[in-house]
Design a binder for this molecule. Structure first.
Ligand code: PMP
Length: 445
């Protein structure tokens, strides 16, 4: 398997030569919140797949729903004049789920990158339908991650994901993110930093001209950029600025929706109603590739009341509203609500966060720990605490390896170790993650 993997399989987010040099972890089994590798080694999945396996790997109602749907109708998607009954049922459930966020309509996609692409396109179209076709630009946060498609890559805040593919979409501008540990203002107070970033947003809008900007897209808590929760004033401040200038606010909740932050959505966590919300990942918990863009009533009405013909949605997918995905999503939402997973995410997240703070006291390699909002945490490693010099790839790789051997799959992202386990884990599982990480850090000290 290792040899075939190296020869015939390219890994995303990796240099092709890396999979030749470093044999990957081949996972062959998943059960509860644990995974098993090809050698039979079992460990807690502290990454929850890729932040998506909120309900764990053996969720029987989801498996049953998929199998029943496969027997009844394995395929018929939403396209022009067709739809299917499963996805209609799902759209009603999503409406109920996201009504507190002001979001009542759904456009179905095949994953997070698609959801981002669709939301950004719909934002431009919304303005065109309203006769403001000059609003074509996009704003986003530095360190934000919005997927792999061209629009998403253009708004990605991390230049590493953009430069190889430039020129990308023109008219995308990146605002400093409120990241107290490292920021261009040298500001460590989260509230003051949030205000500085909001001022930078106002400045960029003034410079570009509000009448040229379609939308601002942001994650309520930056995820892949290193789990960076902003001060509570930040997202409400962005909402206010966007509303003042007629700019749509798109919440990219591909990670944060469905309970990960300890709230049903990241936006709700900050008391903000976005105009659109990108979802994917936990909507089907990894059991089927699926996503949905949720749309506010006010935005939807502009499309629905259009008489000019400009509102026809020109973005169609073969798999939009796939009935098997819809059936999986219905079952996942039912389980998500029945188990009230957001409450366990909050409780176990608090335990994990306390444990990480203790590890920071113990290990000089730990420069910064971030968490405190459900089961989304990060440990940023440095080679020197006083200069904050980033850790080298080899050392962080070694931390990962020792933790793996000690029973926890972690995720390394640049200088960060990301922790986003399934939301159904127990106190004992959190202790396993913490002791495995402790072992990984101790082995380097
Ligand atoms: N947006 C965010 C915030 C994400 O974290 C991701 C994936 N990690 C995406 C978009 C892209 O989603 P996908 O990988 O399902 O295309």
């Amino acid at each position: 398997l290792t040899e075939n993997n190296a020869r015939h399989l390219w890994h995303p987010m990796a240099h092709p030569a890396d999979s030749l040099a470093n044999p990957p972890d081949i996972i062959t089994g998943g059960d509860g919140v644990e995974i098993t590798d090809v050698d039979g080694h079992r460990m807690v999945d502290a990454v929850g797949g890729l932040w998506n396996v909120n309900l764990g790997y053996s969720c029987e109602p989801v498996k049953k729903a998929i199998s029943e749907q496969l027997d009844r109708l394995p395929y018929y998607s939403i396209f022009r004049g067709t739809t299917n009954d499963a996805v209609i049922e799902l759209s009603l459930m999503l409406r109920d789920f996201f009504e507190p966020d002001g979001l009542t309509r759904a456009f179905f996609t095949s994953g997070g990158s698609d959801s981002v692409e669709i939301a950004l396109r719909l934002a431009r179209q919304y303005h065109k339908v309203r006769g403001e076709g000059g609003r074509v630009k996009y704003l986003s946060l530095k360190k934000g991650y919005h997927g792999t498609h061209t629009l998403g890559a253009s708004v990605n805040g991390n230049a590493n994901f953009r430069t190889q593919y430039e020129p990308l979409m023109p008219g995308c501008y990146h605002i400093p993110a409120p990241y107290p540990y490292r920021n261009p203002f040298g500001e460590t107070d989260p509230e003051k930093l949030a205000q500085l970033c909001l001022s930078a947003l106002e400045d960029e809008i003034a410079f570009q001209g509000a009448e040229t900007i379609a939308a601002m897209i942001m994650e309520p808590i930056l995820g892949a950029g290193g789990v960076i929760p902003p001060h509570e004033s930040f997202m409400p401040g962005v909402r206010e600025i966007c509303s003042k200038h007629g700019i749509l606010l798109i919440a990219d909740e591909v990670i944060t929706a469905f309970g990960r932050t300890g709230s049903w959505s990241g936006s709700r966590h900050w008391g903000v109603q976005p105009d659109m919300m990108c979802t994917a990942k936990a909507i089907t918990n990894g059991y089927f590739p699926f996503g949905a863009v949720m749309i506010s009533g006010a935005v939807a009405e502009v499309f629905e009341n259009d008489t000019s013909g400009k509102a026809a949605i020109g973005s169609g997918y073969t798999y939009s509203g796939h009935p098997v995905g819809a059936a999986a999503a219905i079952a996942c939402l039912k389980e998500t609500e029945r188990l009230q997973v957001k409450d366990n995410a909050a409780a176990r997240g608090a335990q994990l966060w306390e444990g990480l703070k203790a590890l920071k006291e113990k290990h000089a390699l730990v420069g910064n720990v971030r968490g405190g909002h459900g089961l989304m945490c990060a440990v940023e490693l440095v080679s020197d605490r006083s200069t904050k010099a980033p850790i080298d790839k080899k050392t962080i790789g070694a931390v990962h390896r020792v933790a793996y051997e000690n029973g926890a799959m972690l995720r390394v992202s640049g200088p960060n170790i990301i922790l986003s386990p399934p939301l159904v884990l127990t106190e004992a599982h959190v202790n396993t993650i913490l002791s495995a990480l402790d072992a990984g850090l101790s082995a380097q000290g």
